[in-house]
Design a protein around this ligand. Structure first.
Ligand code: PLP
Ligand code: ZN
Length: 404
């Protein structure tokens, strides 16, 4: 095959906290000044020299259609991620009293969750910059995506997972040939273990937002939303928030599209949904704080939401506040009944994290914070196939679950 240049307009990296600039030509994790999150920056003039938004429909139906705004210069490691459909949720919408309700179905990504996006881009870039061994802590789904894209790239991978991670995640990681290390405790404990081992052995750490490019993969959800909504963004986006990478990424995407002049000034209110069993962002939001305190004894049936101390807390809270959005927590019971609603009303077999957005919407409608006439987009971040055990909790027709 001919060598194809990807036309990336990447120019460098900029710290989200202290503003320091760094080269994007070498492997790097966080800001060397202050230890905070680095963002990729692009030459937007150059983007428009090879890409007009009118040309997008002719491009490949993966996230690589936005290659000018992605950090990979030579060759992508791709399994067909991105360009997931956005459905109109008419039946569920009618039930909830929403006339314009939509669901973006991320469960159709290659590894069954939107973690494919971040790892496709991060593994591509790490490989291109010469990394040989990649490691990360994961609640489950990110580890699977690292294992799969690592396999495709021919790189060695190490995944540190809580013992309590879903069985399917563990099996899948091993099937892809990753080294799986099970750790007592939650993702923060797994993170400490991964860092300790990695520093000794010189692995490249691909923990989310502790390297600059997973968020670049996840930001493509924002590009797709803009494209799928004909460049007029919905009024509200509801996102199940763990580490917050998707929320932060979509907001970055809207900023880039705004500066390209492809969308107007209007922005969606960004809503972070968490579980009442692990809601550090909700607590910080309610207290008007710009940082989140670690959540003690975190526990929820939604593994992706079980992140007691998100590294990029200040960025998540910044997006919520800049967008006029909010944060809301829902119970595991509400999540379970929302899995059932999505399955029965929309034919979508959602993961608990995705179902949490329905529960969050219900609460915000009841509180009058979202109106039924607004256009509302829910992100179903993954497939329910990953968590077969949860099915036992959702019951069957005519059972004793409470109806509203
Ligand atoms: C990781 C994950 C989340 C949370 O995503 P963040 O970007 O870390 O906030 C939500 N849903 C699923 C299915 C996940 O795997
Ligand atoms: Zn800095």
């Amino acid at each position: 095959m001919m060598h194809r240049h990807l036309n990336s307009a990447l120019v460098g990296l900029k710290c989200t906290a202290c503003g320091a600039h760094f080269s994007s030509d070498e492997l790097i994790n966080v800001c060397l000044n202050c230890g905070k999150v680095l963002f990729a920056t692009y030459d937007l003039e150059r983007v428009t020299s090879t890409l007009r938004k009118e040309d997008l429909p002719l491009r490949e139906r993966t996230l690589w259609r936005y290659r000018e705004l992605l950090p990979v210069a030579t060759k992508e490691v791709s399994l067909g991620e991105g360009m997931t459909p956005t459905f109109r949720a008419e039946r569920l919408g009618t039930k909830l009293g929403c006339s314009h309700l939509f669901i973006k179905e991320e469960g159709l990504n290659p590894t069954g969750t939107f973690k494919s996006r971040g790892l496709s881009v991060a593994v591509s870039r790490a490989k291109e910059l010469g990394a040989q061994i990649l490691a990360m802590p994961s609640a489950g789904n990110a580890g699977v995506a690292l294992a799969a894209y690592g396999a495709k790239a021919g790189l060695e991978t190490w995944v540190f997972m809580p013992n309590s991670a879903p069985e399917m995640n563990k099996l899948q990681c091993q099937a892809h040939g990753a080294h799986l290390v099970l750790v007592e405790g939650l993702i923060d404990a797994a993170g400490r273990e991964a860092q300790k081992e990695g520093q000794k052995r010189g692995w490249f750490d691909v923990s989310t937002l502790k390297e600059p490019y997973r968020v670049e993969g996840k930001k493509t959800m924002g590009f797709e939303i803009a494209e799928q909504f004909s460049w007029r963004l919905p009024d509200v986006i509801i996102y199940p928030t763990g580490g917050g990478t998707g929320l932060i990424g979509m907001w970055k995407a809207f900023d880039e599209l705004g500066r390209l002049g492809w969308i107007g000034n209007g922005r969606p209110r960004m809503v972070a949904v968490q579980s009442t069993g692990c809601a550090p962002i909700v607590k910080a939001f309610e207290e008007g704080a710009s940082h989140a305190e670690p959540w003690p004894d975190a526990d929820t049936i939604a593994p992706g939401l079980n992140v007691p101390a998100p590294f990029a807390d200040y960025l998540i809270l910044g997006v919520i506040s800049d967008s006029g959005g909010m944060a809301v927590a829902v119970t595991d019971e509400e999540i379970l009944s929302s899995i059932r609603d999505l399955a029965r009303d929309e034919g979508i077999f959602a993961c608990p994290e995705g179902a949490a957005t329905v529960a969050g919407l219900r609460r915000l409608l009841a509180a009058g914070i979202i109106s039924g006439s607004e256009s509302i987009l829910l992100l179903n971040t993954g497939s329910g196939f990953i968590y077969p055990g949860i099915l036992k909790g959702i019951g069957t027709a005519g059972d004793s679950m409470t109806e509203e």
